[in-house]
Design a protein around this ligand. Structure first.
Ligand code: C5P
Length: 232
């Protein structure tokens, strides 16, 4: 498998313990080169694992979704940049947070991605928050804000990727969760796409969690996702 295909797949290590994550990484071996560490693993040696994965030549995405006052976001991002990881998320709801993250990143090589609208939310969830816009329009608006503020990219579903690509630039990263093989169980995700469709729509990276981590054979599942990416 070509490295350019392999590096598009980010496996979300949404498991409860360091040992579970380590077993999974060992099992997947060279099939997977990019891992996402989120809130669940953060509190059980997730940062130690992040450092370890970096020393083993893997790429690491810290999905910590910061949202706070500017001063706190800036300093937290600056601190995260020192870890030498590759991607970090913030919530991209407002310009103050976006700008604070850009300042915190400074000249480091850390890529900051703005979460636009969680892929588990739909129209009704936004209405409940008093937002009259639909997910598609809100994602497009927030992606343009992130692009203008100098972020490196966004997290968005495959449904919005094409609109984001056309309203930002070719260099702006689109990282897409909510990825399922045709007929795969969606779980709590609402705005799902197949790997093939997400890549064709302009996604640079795909985030896949449970369809690989909870599969009977995670390595075979990872290969099935890579085959779909290659087919696009
Ligand atoms: O198991 P599944 O493939 O649904 O996991 C998707 C991963 O992507 C989870 O770790 C989730 O936190 C993350 N994510 C998401 N939607 C976003 C941002 C991140 O599903 N908008």
């Amino acid at each position: 498998m070509d490295d350019t295909i392999r590096e598009k797949l980010i496996v979300a290590l949404d498991v409860p313990s360091y040992d579970d994550a380590r077993d999974l990484v060992n099992l997947l071996g060279p099939t997977v080169s990019f891992y996402k560490i989120g809130l669940e693993l953060l509190f059980s040696e997730g940062l130690a694992l992040a450092r370890e994965l970096k020393s083993e030549g893997k790429r690491v995405f810290l999905d910590l979704k910061f949202l706070d006052i500017g001063n706190t976001v800036e300093r937290a991002v600056a601190s995260a940049a020192q870890l030498g990881v590759d991607f970090l998320t913030i919530h991209g709801h407002d310009n103050k947070t976006l700008k604070a993250a850009v300042n915190g990143r400074g000249n480091s090589s850390l890529k900051i991605l703005a979460v636009t609208v969680l892929t588990s939310l739909d129209d009704d969830d936004l209405k409940e928050q008093g937002i009259s816009s639909n997910p598609h329009d809100l994602v497009s608006k927030r992606a343009q804000m992130a692009h203008q503020a100098g972020l490196d990219g966004v997290i968005a579903s495959g449904h919005e990727a094409a609109a984001i690509r056309s309203s930002t630039s070719n260099a702006f990263l689109i990282v897409t969760p909510g990825i399922r093989l045709p007929g795969g169980a969606s779980g709590d995700q609402l705005r799902i796409t197949t790997p093939h469709d997400a890549i064709l729509a302009g996604a640079n990276y795909l985030v896949v969690g449970r369809p690989i981590t909870a599969a009977a054979d995670p390595k075979a599942a990872a290969h099935a996702f890579l085959d779909q990416i290659a087919s696009a």
